[in-house]
Design a binder for this molecule. Sequence first.
Ligand SMILES: NC(=O)c1ccc[n+]([C@@H]2O[C@H](COP(=O)([O-])OP(=O)(O)OC[C@H]3O[C@@H](n4cnc5c(N)ncnc54)[C@H](OP(=O)(O)O)[C@@H]3O)[C@@H](O)[C@H]2O)c1
Length: 421
Amino acid sequence: MSHVTNFFNDKTILLTGGTGFLGMCLVEKLLRTANISKIFILVRGSTDRLTQIWRNHLPHHAEAMIRSGKVTPLVGDVALPQLGLSVAQIDELSRTVQIVIHGAANISLKASLATLFKDNVKASLDLAELATRSFVRLERYIHISTAYVNSHLADGSIIKEDFYWHTSSNAEEEYRQVSQTGDSPYTKLFPFPYAYGKHLVERLLLLRYPNLPLLIMRPTCIGPAVQEPHPGFEIRGSSPASGFVFGFLSSKKPVTYWPSTRNMDGHNIIDEIPVDFVVNSIIVHAAYGTMGIAHSSTSCSAPLKLRDQLECAWKTMPAAGRPQFVFTSDLKHSEFCRTARLYFAFGNEWFYDDQKTRELMERMSPADGIAFNVDVRSFNRWSHNSKRAAVYWYELTKNEKMKQKKGIMPVQAGQLALARL
Ligand SMILES: NC(=O)c1ccc[n+]([C@@H]2O[C@H](COP(=O)([O-])OP(=O)(O)OC[C@H]3O[C@@H](n4cnc5c(N)ncnc54)[C@H](OP(=O)(O)O)[C@@H]3O)[C@@H](O)[C@H]2O)c1
C-alpha cells in the first residue's frame, strides 16, 4: 500500500492559489493520484473563473479535474477578513478541513511592500489564525514560502532548512511598522520586497502559532514541468528563469550583459526546480508528516550554472545571429537589458540544502518513489532547459515571420508581458 495515497485517502483539503502555476498542478496531481474526499479551493471573482483558467491552461486535464466531483470552489480573497467567506462557509471549513495548503501570493518582484503586505503578509497570518482557532480536525498546515526568504544571507552561503533571522529586532514591532507605514528599513537587505515580506511571515508564523502542525515549503525558482501535468507545462510569468531565458532570446543586441557576482563569470549556480518536483515534494512531505521547514531545490543535489542555462538558449539560435554574452559582478550594470535588471539576483549563488527531501527518499517505497518522484537527479537538466529554449525560439521566430507578413504580432498575453521585460 502506498504510504502517500494512504495518508491522503478520504482527506478534506483547503487550497489557496488554485488558479496559479503551482496550485493548478497540485490540484491536478492530487485528483489524479490520491483518493481525497474533497478539495475546497478559494478563488477570486467567480467559481466559473476557476474552471475557465484550468480549461485555458490545462485543456487536456481540466474536464477530468472538474468532473471528479471533488472540487468545491469558494469565491473569496485571502486578503479579506475571514477569507471573504460567509459564516456558514467558515463553519463548514472549520468542521471538515484536515489539510490546509496556502499557496496564494502576489509573486511580483516589482511590487512594493505596501502592496504585498495585504496579499502575502497579513493574509498568511490571518489564515493561520483562522486555522489555529477554528479548524478542529486540522492535521497539516502547509505554508508555501520561497527560498528567497534567505536572500539577505551572504552570497555563496550554504542555507540549511532553518530560520536565519535578518536581525534580532522584534518581529511584532516590524509587522506593526509595515502595517502602519507600508515599508520597513529591512526591505533593502533583500533583493526584492517580496522576499522580505515572505521572510517576515515565516518568522511570525513560528512566533505566533507554535501549536500549528506547520510545514513551511520553500521552493526555489519554479520552472516548467518535466512530466506532469505534461512535459514543458508552465504558466508564463510565473516561472522566473523562463522569463530570464525568454528575455535573453529576445535580445536584439550583439553583446548582452548578465549578472554574476564575485567574478564568477557565469559559473554561479542558478537554482530552478520543475513544478512537478515541487508538487511531489509538497505531497510526500505532507504524507510523511514533515514539520518545520523543507527546501524544494536543486542547487545541492543537481546544480546547474547560470552560464549553462544561458548556453542552452544560445545554442538554439542560428550561429550567425547569436549574441555574445558577458558576465559582470556589478549587479546594477548600466548596460543591463530589462531582463537582467529584473532578475539581477540570478547573479548571486546560494546553496539550498534539501536534506529533508533526500532523507525522505530513503524512506519512500519504490512505488511511491516513482509515482511521487522527488529525486531532482533523475532528469537531464541540460536537455530539459534546451527544450524550453527551443520552444521559445520557435515562438519568437514564428512571431517575427508573422509580423513581417501581416504587420501584427500574435503573441499570448503572457508572452507579451515577458517580451516587455
Ligand atoms: N513561481 C515561483 O518561481 C515561486 C518560487 C518560490 C515560491 N513560490 C510560491 O509558490 C506559491 C504559488 O506561486 P505560483 O508560482 O503558483 O504563482 P502564480 O502563478 O502567480 O499564482 C498565484 C496564485 O495566488 C492567488 N492569489 C494571489 N492573491 C490572492 C488573494 N488575495 N486571494 C486569493 N488568491 C490570491 C492567485 O489568484 P488569482 O488567479 O486570483 O490572481 C493565483 O491563484 C506562492 O506562494 C509563491 O510565493 C513561487
